[in-house]
Design a binder for this molecule. Structure first.
Ligand code: ZN
Length: 367
């Protein structure tokens, strides 16, 4: 079995500023590590660094990939958006939506991020790899066809799915989004389609504040093929395990996908600055084990994880390492320095009982 790992240093160079010191950005000028939006390169770079230090990287099949082509992008995004994005990206950068600034060359960074997801999906679908992780940046799951938002500039996963469908006859796909925020972009793109099942597990009412309701099930032929699982703030490892067991796995068994793609954010971790959930690194390993077992049972193990959010620069690397090691079936571990602390703070007593009832209610609503 071979697990692919797709990354590119240039994805870490995406940023909202226009200069590195006095040098205009673009080409070979790497931006400085100045602060700004919480969507920073450091969360991802430190994950890759940790994997290098433990030796996990050496157990993986490591690749970069070409940028997604204009044709790939046009299957999901209108020409008007791509033209406006490219023009602004070529002339110093700017902002076309909500909280999605980009610098000179941002268009190319986003197309490369989508290209990593595209290559991961194609290589797993065609059997060159067993499964894969794409360390895409900028993220994609909030991006609507013509409106970038929530740090997302192109819909990486949808671009990857549509490319594999067009080029390699990919069939039914299930997208499981465990980023703590609602996968509103993926939902919108597939809302009226029955060949792509979209499932989002998120903190209720976080971002976007007005989407992600359990009653939003799709429309027309897509009715029933969109599932939202909004969880109360504070939910931790046990609740997520219950959700996977009681809601996600049965839904995937009903749908019978040819491939499963995970929108893999690490912002449901207990220390994330942009959410209020309680997952631990072990919790992410457990989620990965559960979805891997389901993929083994349903679709020959065809599983791709695409990086989304996660904003704790110190903890995302440990959550990501646990996830990728589990995906690869590796025995290499990066012991979680917060394990004792966070395990002691998992929901218990009446709150744990309340969460169990919530999951049972959601399972009934989504049957
Ligand atoms: Zn997120």
């Amino acid at each position: 079995m071979t697990t692919g790992f797709f990354w590119d240093e240039r994805c870490f160079w995406h940023g909202g500023g226009n200069y590195a010191f006095t040098l205009p950005l673009g080409g070979l000028v790497q931006p400085l590590a100045a602060g700004g939006l919480p969507e920073s390169p450091e969360t991802k770079r430190r994950l890759k660094n940790l994997m290098d230090v433990t030796g996990l990287t050496r157990e993986l099949s490591v690749h970069s990939a070409p940028q997604a082509t204009r044709e790939d992008l046009l299957r999901v995004h209108p020409e008007s958006y791509l033209d406006a994005f490219k023009r602004m990206s070529d002339t110093g950068g700017g902002e076309l939506g909500l909280r999605t600034p980009f610098a000179q060359g941002g268009y190319e960074h986003a197309a490369l991020s989508a290209g990593l997801a595209k290559a991961a999906v194609q290589q797993v679908w065609t059997g060159a790899l067993t499964n894969a992780y794409a360390l895409s940046r900028p993220p994609g799951h909030h991006c609507l066809p013509d409106f970038p938002n929530g740090f997302c500039l192109m819909a990486n996963i949808a671009i990857a799915i549509e490319a594999a469908k067009a080029d390699h006859g990919l069939g039914r796909v299930a997208v499981l989004d465990w980023d703590v925020h609602h996968g509103n972009g993926t939902e919108a793109i597939y809302y009226a389609r029955d060949d792509v099942l979209t499932i989002s597990i998120h903190q209720d009412g976080n971002y976007p504040i007005d989407t992600g309701a359990v009653t939003d099930r799709g429309t027309g032929p897509g009715t029933g093929y969109n599932m939202n699982i909004p969880l109360p703030a504070g939910a931790g490892d046990a609740t997520y395990a219950d959700v996977m067991e009681q809601i996600v796995r049965p839904a995937l068994e009903r749908f019978r996908p040819d491939m499963i793609i995970v929108a893999c954010g690490f912002d449901a971790s207990a220390v994330d600055p942009l959410a209020r959930m309680s997952l631990t690194a072990n919790g992410f390993a457990m989620l990965t084990r559960q979805i891997k077992e389901t993929a083994d049972a349903l679709c020959d193990g065809k599983l791709v994880l695409v990086h989304e959010g996660g904003y704790s620069e110190v903890y995302v690397p440990f959550c990501g390492h646990a996830t990728i090691a589990t995906l690869a079936g590796s025995t290499i571990t990066a012991p979680d320095p917060l394990e004792k602390n966070l395990t002691a703070r998992q929901p218990n007593g009446r709150f744990a009982e309340f969460l169990k009832r919530e999951v049972a209610d959601l399972a009934r609503a989504l049957e």
